[in-house]
Design a binder for this molecule. Structure first.
Ligand code: CO
Length: 154
């Protein structure tokens, strides 16, 4: 495994739509492993492939409940609302309040192409939404209704 450079806000690649993954091969597995190591080294809870310069629909998440790998993820259900402070490894020292669903369900594929389903509330629901947004060129600052000087924890 190896860490990769994280693309920062302002780079055009973060605004592009990522492509569906069709090959569940060792190249994908190396990408997933590298993304997880990069996210952990940077102290994040989620990372999407465009953030390491790869326009593929691949996400890793770990909110402290274990590693989640999502390939071609789709949000299939969203209910309720929550509003919390978010940050992004591509936007250092930038924090803002974003309204997200309180609960989401996600269907994706794992690294072998098998269908997997997840559901999340609180931070995990936010992470699913934030990272899947990255696959569509959306950054949390597009959605934030109030920026804050530094991270606040409620
Ligand atoms: Co982000």
């Amino acid at each position: 495994m190896a860490t990769r450079n994280i693309v920062k806000f302002g780079d055009d690649i973060l605004r592009k739509k990522s492509r569906e993954v069709t090959n569940f091969d060792d190249k994908l597995w190396v990408l997933l492993d590298d993304m997880y190591e990069t996210m952990q080294t940077a102290g994040g809870v989620g990372l999407a492939a465009p953030q390491v310069g790869i326009l593929k629909r691949v996400v890793v998440i770990d909110v402290g409940e274990g590693k989640i790998e999502l390939v071609n993820p789709v949000i299939t259900y969203a209910k309720g609302k929550q509003r919390e402070v978010e940050g992004c490894l591509s936007c250092p020292d930038t924090w803002g309040y974003v309204e997200r669903p309180a609960k989401v369900k996600v269907t994706a594929q794992n690294r072998y192409g098998k269908e997997v389903k997840f559901e999340g509330t609180e931070l995990l629901a936010r992470a699913f939404c934030h990272e899947i947004d990255h696959l569509n060129g959306i950054i949390f600052t597009d959605l934030a209704d109030e920026m804050v000087d530094k991270k606040e924890k409620n």
